[in-house]
Design a protein around this ligand. Sequence first.
Ligand code: DGL
Length: 272
Amino acid sequence: MAVEQPKGPTIGVFDSGFGGLTVLRELLPLIPNAHYIYLGDTARLPYGSKSQTTIARYAVESARFLADRGADHLVIACNTATALALAEIEVSVTIPVTGVVEPAVAAAQLQHPNAKVLVLATAATVQSHAYKVHCAARGLDATEKACPLLVPVIEEGWIDHPVTRQVLSIYLREALDACSPDIVILGCTHYPLIAPLVSQTLKELGSTAEVVDSASATARTAALQIGSAPSASKSPATFECYATDSIEKFARLGSDFLGQPIPRVELLDLGG
Ligand code: DGL
């Protein structure tokens, strides 16, 4: 007689684009029996150059969509949405919500209790000073550096590309002129895709800073909150995937970023 698989949680994961797939990739081994509903709001990306009001409106619409699709836990796999709209998102749905900022800062402190922190993030995240505030609450000194050109090149799939290397090197040189960090937080969920490049460029510029990535820290926090234990079984995770623009591109690049095929991406219209 077939033994019925225990039904796992339904987890909604949201980002403005591919970046949140770095969180989903980290969640899969931690909660392998879940049904994942991923939404990439690619039509309205980048969030990082927009105002708080617009980011909050987009993020709340996306959160409500995932809750309406049956998610019983929401992971805001976007630093910009977390930094500028976590409170609005939390009151707009009745399910628990995990954001990215606090887990990343906690992971940085765990790695280096008195770290001088450099946060690389979008312009909106930096302007919100969410990282500075969370770091200060833990007694950590943070310098925030906006890197607005990184999301567009990563969304283009330019992971190991001369333009990406050049842009990153300029941002890091400017940041290292202003501080000598022990820890560099990748404060945008797109950035783990270029984490090796960040580490390599830091070394080339003479920095010994360690890199902490908000995606894996968030996945660990979400797994603790959702309460699932790692399983030895092959991942029976199932996916429902939505993008608000160019589903073909999302399926192609998204599969590379996730490290496994995304079987089907549906086009979603969330309005303007
Ligand atoms: N991945 C998002 C973040 O973590 C930002 C991308 C965007 O600017 O839309 O901040």
